[in-house]
Design a protein around this ligand. Structure first.
Ligand code: TUI
Length: 310
């Protein structure tokens, strides 16, 4: 029923890929999403190369379905990880927070499906020219590091600008949003925030509880002054960062406050002074479920709403 260019390209049941959530997306979540019929991802983020390699091997042991690695291009280890995924025979690579052009030929020569995450039409066009197989058009509703455009405006403009399939991201946590993005020309979706509360997601329980308790207006964009705007749930840390930004405080003071913030939230469960990255759709996320149930529920809902338009 949901056969699209993305299910064909990735050889999966449902056109859904999991967001490459830094510090969070490990082999446990990746294998669960892949076993549920989507594409699970391990987030390399700033992690050591050996950790990522071990997570790849653990995922291989836990699923025989396709899975991928998300490479965060600001990481000092990005080039080494780019090579390592080739050596480990990973089938899909997504990238974030930069332009992966320099690695695309290498990945393609190893038969890897390459899907850069992009926040603008210009970057989508460059990725198509560089040989990407598809792009994820990620709106600023997303959690974590974001661009400037919303999913509603970015997605159709990217769809019109490139011939490769486009995957929608940002604000997608149920079947209505899948249906809506398909109407705008998406061939698939990327979902982060809803998978945060998957049973197989190893993020701290405090983090999951904060997502489930979040309301529509509970996210904020923090760190614009540092050049790396990130969407997080509002807490004491974001209030302190905002206050410092208002006072035009020195950048290093703000950076010091945020340093290690994601680890504090994800690992220690410090949701007061940690960075609780989440998308604007957190307000819609209301229960913990298995990753497979999340996927099945989202697509059955999409099917129901799309059926009404037949
Ligand atoms: O990458 C993400 N989301 C992320 S990465 C991350 S880890 C991090 N934490 C703090 C600061 C920075 C990173 C947490 N969340 N999403 C995909 C994404 N990519 N959003 C925006 C971009 C992007 C931005 C600029 C992609 C390309 C780009 O290109 C600039 C250039 O070089 O042309």
């Amino acid at each position: 029923m949901f056969n699209t260019k993305i299910t064909e390209l990735l050889n999966v049941q449902y056109p859904i890929i999991q967001g490459g959530m830094a510090w969070i997306a490990d082999s446990s979540l990746a294998a669960a999403v892949s076993n549920g019929g989507g594409v699970g991802l391990i987030a390399a983020a700033n992690a050591p190369v050996d950790w990522v390699r071990q997570e790849i091997r653990k995922t291989k042991a836990a699923t025989n379905k396709p899975f991928g690695v998300n490479i965060m291009l600001l990481s000092p280890n990005a080039a080494e990880i780019a090579q390592m995924v080739c050596d480990e025979g990973v089938s899909v690579v997504t990238t974030g927070a930069g332009n992966p052009s320099q690695f695309i030929e290498l990945w393609k020569s190893h038969g890897i499906v390459v899907i850069p995450v992009i926040p603008s039409v210009a970057l989508a066009i460059r990725m198509e020219r560089a040989g990407a197989d598809a792009v994820v058009a990620e709106g600023m509703e997303s959690g974590g590091h974001i661009g400037e455009l919303t999913t509603m405006t970015l997605l159709p403009q990217v769809v019109d600008a490139v011939d490769i399939p486009v995957i929608a991201a940002g604000g997608i946590a149920d079947g209505r949003a899948i249906a809506a993005t398909m109407m705008l020309g998406a061939q698939g979706v990327q979902v982060g925030t809803r998978f945060l509360v998957a049973n197989e997601c190893s993020v701290h329980q405090n983090y999951k509880d904060m997502i489930i308790g979040a309301k529509d207006i509970d996210t904020a964009v923090s760190g614009r002054s540092t050049g790396h705007p990130v969407r997080v749930l509002k807490n004491k840390l974001t209030r302190q960062v905002t206050a410092l930004e208002k006072q035009n405080a020195p950048l290093d003071e703000i950076e010091k406050l945020c340093l290690g913030g994601l680890r504090r939230a994800v690992v220690e469960g410090d949701i007061t002074m940690g960075s609780v990255m989440a998308g604007q759709i957190a307000g819609l996320v209301s229960k913990e479920q298995s990753a497979a149930d999340i996927i099945a529920e989202m697509f059955s809902q999409a099917q129901a709403v799309l059926g009404k338009w037949r």
